[in-house]
Write a protein of this length. Structure first.
Length: 571
C-alpha cells in the first residue's frame, strides 16, 4: 500500500508518486483517539487517493493533528471527532493560523466523507469557508493568447473525437447481438456492453461465456468501453472546455448536478451553481457553453442509465479509465497535469502547460473584458476613444454583408426606442369591452379573439407584473417557448396589459427599485433599471388612487415578495 496507518505506535507511512518514502509519527499525543481519527481522514488526502504528494505537504497535516490534539486536551476535551461539537470546532479553528485551519478542515471533512461519525453540523462547518485568510495568496495572471488557443484547441479536438466515436458506437449497438450468437465483432461487443453496462473485463467475460484471458487475447473490449462511456481523459477535456466557454469558478463547475441546469428555450440555459467564497449564483450560459453542455448530457446518457439515482444526479459522470468499471469520484491537479503531459500540451516556455482552473476563469474574464470594447482580442482600438472617433475610423461598413449588419443594429435600436415611447396598456375596468374599445390597434396587431380578451381581463394570462397577450410569441426568447424575461421587463413589453389587480405586484416591484437605488451607483441603476422605474410610475398613475392606496397595505418591502434570482437580491 502506498499509504498506511499503523496503530502501534501510531504513525503514517507514505510512498509518493516519485518513489520517495516518508513516515510521520503521531505517537505520545494526549488524545490518541482524536489523533487516529484525524489520521484516518489524512490517509484519503495523500497520494494516490488525494493531492498531497510530498513529504513537506504531509508534514503540515501531521503538525495540524498534533496541534489539535494538544490544544483540545488542554481545554479538557478527551473524546474523538464523533464527540466534537460544532461550537468547539469553530472556536478551535478561529484560533488557528490559516494553513493549520485549512489542513484541519480537510482532515475532518475527509473523515466524515469516508463514513466516520460526526456530530450535527460538523461536516458542514469543515466544508465551509475558512475563518482565517491564508497569507501570500496572489491571483494568477491570465494565460497568454497562444497558450489559451492551444488549450482550447486540444480540448475541442478530444471532445469532438470522443463524441463522434460515441455516436458511431450507438449506431453499431442498434445492429449488434450477443457475441456468443453473432461472433466476436466490434458491434457485438458494443451491444453487450450497452446491455450490461460498464463492467470489469472478468465480468464481461462471464457475460460473454468466455474467460477474461480469452477476452484479452481477442481484443476490442477496451475500445468498446472507451467509445460507449466517457472516461477520465474525455471528462477532463469537457470540464476544462466548459470553464473556457462559461468562466464559472472551478468549485462551482465541480459540484454541479443535473438539477442545476434550467432550460429556458431551445438555446438558453440558466445554470445555478455555488461559489465557495460567497453563495449560490446563477448564470445565463453563452451559446457555446449551452451546446457543449447539451452534447455532454447526450454523451453521458448511457452511463447514467447504469448508476444509482443519487450518483446519476452528478453532472460530470465518467469512468476512471477506458476499459474499466470504476467511476470518477474527483480528479485533482495531479490528474490534470498527467493529462497535459500525455497530450504534450506546452506553454510559451516550452514546458508542460500548468493548468490552474482558477486561472482559466481569470483568462475568460480578461478576454471578455477586452472583447467588450474591441470585439476581438487582437484588435488595437483604444478604449479611451469616443464613440464618434471609433465609428468614423473603425466601424466603416466595407462590404454589403457588413452594411446589412449595421443596418440591422440600427433598426433594433430604433425599435427599442419606439417601444419605450408607446403608452402602457392599462384597463381601468374589468370588462372585455373596455379593452376592445380602448385599444383596437392592440387587438388587431395581436389578432385577439373574444376568448383571449376574456382571459386577459379575467386573470388567466397573468404573470407577476401584468397580463401577457402571448407568452409564446418569442419577443424575449425563442418562439414557441415560455417567455424567460424578468418581471420588470414586462413593463416595456407591447404584449403587457395592466389591470387594477396588478397594483400590489407593481408596488412590490417599485419598492424593489427603491432598494436597488440605495445600493447601486446612480449611473449603473439608470442603465439597468431606469426605463422600467419610469414606466412603473406611468402605469400606477393611471390607476384609481383608491386602488393604489389599498394595495399599499399589502407591500412589506422585502425581496421574498418577488421571484428573484440569488444575484438579484438586495443587500
Amino acid at each position: 500500500m502506498p499509504t498506511m496507518l499503523i496503530d502501534q505506535p501510531l504513525r503514517i507511512t507514505c510512498v509518493f508518486s516519485d518513489g520517495s518514502r516518508a513516515a510521520f509519527s503521531l505517537d505520545g499525543l494526549p488524545n490518541p483517539l482524536l489523533a487516529r481519527q484525524l489520521a484516518t481522514g489524512l490517509v484519503d488526502l495523500i497520494h494516490p487517493h488525494g493531492t498531497a504528494d510530498s513529504a513537506g505537504t504531509v508534514n503540515h497535516y501531521a503538525q495540524a493533528i498534533r496541534g489539535m490534539a494538544r490544544t483540545l486536551a488542554e481545554q479538557g476535551f478527551a473524546g474523538g471527532l464523533d464527540q466534537l461539537r460544532r461550537s468547539r470546532l469553530a472556536e478551535y479553528l478561529m484560533g488557528c493560523s490559516g494553513g493549520r485551519e485549512a489542513c484541519t478542515r480537510a482532515m475532518v471533512e475527509a473523515f466524515g466523507q469516508a463514513g466516520g461519525s460526526l456530530a450535527d453540523g460538523v461536516l458542514e462547518l469543515a466544508a465551509g469557508r475558512n475563518f482565517n485568510v491564508q497569507p501570500n495568496h496572489h491571483a494568477l495572471p491570465p494565460y497568454s493568447e497562444t497558450e489559451w488557443q492551444r488549450l482550447g484547441d486540444l480540448c475541442r479536438r478530444l471532445v469532438e473525437e470522443s463524441y463522434a466515436a460515441h455516436r458511431q458506437a450507438l449506431t453499431a449497438v442498434a445492429h449488434g447481438q450477443h457475441p456468443a450468437e453473432g461472433g466476436w465483432t466490434p458491434q457485438n461487443l458494443r451491444w453487450l456492453l450497452a446491455t450490461i453496462g460498464p463492467v470489469s473485463i472478468s465480468e464481461f467475460g462471464r457475460n460473454a461465456g468466455i474467460s477474461a484471458a480469452l477476452v484479452h487475447r481477442r481484443g476490442g473490449f477496451h475500445d468498446a468501453t472507451k467509445a460507449l462511456f466517457p472516461h477520465l481523459e474525455v471528462l477532463i477535456a469537457y470540464r476544462l472546455l466548459f470553464g473556457i466557454y462559461s468562466g464559472i469558478v472551478p468549485d462551482g463547475i465541480e459540484d454541479l448536478v443535473t438539477q442545476d441546469v434550467d432550460w429556458a428555450g431551445d438555446s438558453t440555459i440558466l445554470l445555478s451553481y455555488v461559489k465557495g467564497r460567497t453563495a449560490a449564483e446563477s448564470l445565463n450560459l453563452p451559446r457555446r457553453a449551452v451546446r457543449l453542455l447539451e452534447q455532454w448530457l447526450a454523451h453521458s446518457t448511457l452511463l447514467r442509465s447504469f448508476v444509482p439515482p443519487d450518483e446519476g444526479r452528478k453532472l460530470w459522470l465518467g469512468l476512471s479509465r477506458a476499459g474499466g468499471d470504476r467511476r470518477v469520484r474527483k480528479f485533482d491537479r495531479v490528474a490534470i497535469q498527467r493529462w497535459v503531459v500525455r497530450h504534450q500540451l506546452v506553454g510559451d516556455d516550452g514546458q508542460p502547460l500548468k493548468i490552474h482552473r482558477s486561472r482559466i476563469r481569470t483568462t475568460h474574464e480578461a478576454m471578455r473584458d477586452k472583447s467588450a470594447w474591441t470585439g476581438s482580442g487582437r484588435a488595437t482600438i483604444d478604449p479611451n476613444h469616443t464613440p464618434a472617433v471609433e465609428g468614423d475610423h473603425y466601424l466603416t461598413a466595407a462590404t454589403a454583408a457588413q452594411q446589412r449588419a449595421v443596418e440591422a443594429v440600427i433598426e433594433d435600436a430604433q425599435h427599442d426606442l419606439l417601444r419605450r415611447s408607446h403608452p402602457p396598456t392599462v384597463i381601468t375596468e374589468d370588462e372585455a369591452a373596455a379593452l376592445a374599445e380602448g385599444y383596437p390597434q392592440l387587438v388587431a396587431d395581436l389578432a385577439l379573439d373574444d376568448e383571449v380578451i376574456a382571459e386577459l381581463v379575467g386573470g388567466q394570462r397573468d404573470v407577476f407584473t401584468a397580463a401577457c397577450g402571448d407568452q409564446l410569441s418569442g419577443l424575449h426568447g425563442p418562439k414557441g417557448k415560455p417567455c424567460p424575461a424578468r418581471p420588470w421587463v414586462c413593463l416595456l413589453c407591447p404584449l403587457a396589459v395592466f389591470a387594477p389587480r396588478h397594483a400590489v405586484s407593481l408596488l412590490q416591484l417599485k419598492a424593489f427599485f427603491s432598494r436597488q437605488w440605495q445600493q447601486m451607483p446612480a449611473a449603473h441603476f439608470m442603465a439597468v433599471f431606469g426605463p422600467y422605474a419610469a414606466r412603473i410610475q406611468q402605469v400606477l398613475d393611471r390607476f384609481d388612487p383608491a386602488v393604489v392606496t389599498a394595495a399599499t397595505a399589502h407591500v412589506i418591502d422585502r425581496d421574498d415578495e418577488l421571484p428573484l434570482r440569488p444575484e438579484e437580491m438586495t443587500a
